[in-house]
Write a protein that binds this ligand. Structure first.
Ligand SMILES: Nc1ncnc2c1ncn2[C@@H]1O[C@H](COP(=O)(O)OP(=O)(O)OP(=O)(O)O)[C@@H](O)[C@H]1O
Ligand SMILES: [Mg+2]
Length: 383
């Protein structure tokens, strides 16, 4: 039987711990103890996740050292009441995995807590079908681009983001950089008047909190999405400096930042490509697409965008009926083909027309060929 995660909240501050406890999803067991009783509790029972709220009298550093000595696998999260760098350094040395400053970062903790617990649970139960993705410090920016319109960039970017979120414990953010006309709001039926343009006024001090306040969360996968302003005039006012800042801030808090791009180059798109760790160029099996790819390569060279180390080809709308097959393409390409997605009109169209996400559950009963191929691509990125 799978075990739930046992969570211990160490606190002498009811106001803070009430906020934290409310954010812990069912059916995890939560217990609250006073700082002076924590040593006894650690001996009494297993503790998977310990949330330590900075106490008034007790020595937190010593207490955490003790907890980690008795129970080294416990994940310790610290809530500090002020930015005391010496304390924060010492608690980190003592074995705290993450700390949050109260009150500024409490909403961050509340947002992240469910996925932190989930990641721990996956590790504990060694679930094989969910990849326990542990953050590696800085997240990866992955852009989906193509010089041709209608190749499938948006459906691919959105399905990739949903799949990564559902099949791993990674934090995923999807950004729609089709600034003029958008697209994600229709593809995923999101009604909202918030868009990434709302972050422009706070550009200088932009942080994760701002991003999560503006992003929309998909109910089914809990994927966070930053929508496009869908407004040509607003789009005009978005600068490449803002885009760079947005991407850099996003990668600090998300493991994967998936960017859906339009099919032309302007300074915002160039900046995104330059900031990207990986570029997936969507290629459909036809000669015009190949020509455009060559042109893109030449332009990138002139603009000084380094492609070789980070670009791979995502072959989309593949079908046996195509005159040009993957193997014919291979010889003409300078980049590796990372994955191939089948032409799946029957499977994909109903989702696109209804504005429904392609992936909604971790263990989907029946995956369409399109979703299956995207899954294969996604899992290759989690390795
Ligand atoms: N593998 C596939 N099989 C069948 N249809 C597909 C496939 N991939 C994409 N499509 C269809 O192609 C159309 C265009 O897709 P999408 O809007 O994602 O392309 P795009 O590259 O983002 O376009 P744009 O350049 O306008 O932003 C959609 O109707 C989508 O359903
Ligand atoms: Mg698109």
């Amino acid at each position: 039987m799978e075990e739930n995660v046992k969570i211990l909240v160490v606190s002498d501050d009811e106001l803070i711990h009430n906020e934290v406890v409310n954010a812990i999803p069912e059916p995890n067991k939560v217990q609250i103890v006073e700082p002076k009783d924590v040593a006894r509790e650690i001996h009494r029972d297993v503790c998977d996740v310990l949330i330590y709220i900075q106490p008034i009298a007790e020595d937190a550093v010593e207490s955490i050292q003790y907890i980690k000595a008795i129970s080294p696998d416990t994940l310790v999260i610290f809530v500090a009441k002020n930015t005391d760098f010496l304390l924060l350094r010492n608690i980190t040395k003592a074995g705290v995995t993450e700390f949050f400053i109260y009150p500024d970062e409490i909403s961050l903790l509340i947002n992240r807590l469910p996925s932190m617990i989930k990641a721990y649970e996956v590790k504990k139960n060694k679930k094989e079908d969910t990849v326990s993705y542990l953050s590696k410090g800085r997240g990866q920016i992955m852009s989906v681009f193509s010089g041709n319109g209608g190749t499938g960039k948006s459906v691919l970017a959105s399905s990739l983001a949903q799949t990564l979120k559902l099949e791993s414990t990674a934090e995923v953010l999807l950004i729609d950089l089709n600034l003029q006309f958008g697209g994600m709001e229709t593809l995923l039926s999101i009604e909202s008047n918030r868009s990434l343009a709302d972050l422009m006024p706070v550009m200088e001090e932009l942080n994760e909190n701002h991003i999560r306040n503006v992003s929309q969360r998909l109910e089914s996968s809990k994927l966070e999405i930053l929508l496009s302003p869908c407004d040509a005039e607003v789009a005009e006012s978005i600068t490449d400096a803002f885009i760079a800042k947005l991407l850099r801030t996003s990668r600090r808090s998300f493991d994967f930042v998936i960017v859906d791009l339009p099919s032309y180059l302007n300074s915002n798109v160039v900046t995104t490509l330059e900031e990207s760790d990986r570029i997936f160029y969507v290629l459909t099996p036809d000669t015009p697409s190949l020509h455009v790819l060559k042109q893109f390569e030449e332009t990138a060279l002139r603009l000084g965008i380094e492609l070789k180390s980070r670009t791979s080809i995502l072959f989309n709308k593949a079908s046996k009926e195509n005159e040009i097959q993957e193997k014919d393409m291979k010889e003409l390409l300078r980049f590796p083909i990372i994955s191939s997605v089948r032409w799946d009109h029957k499977g994909l169209q109903p989702y696109v027309n209804k504005g429904e996400p392609v992936r909604k559950e971790e263990k989907e009963k029946r995956l369409t060929p399109f979703a299956k191929d995207v899954r294969k691509w996604s899992l290759s990125l989690l390795k």
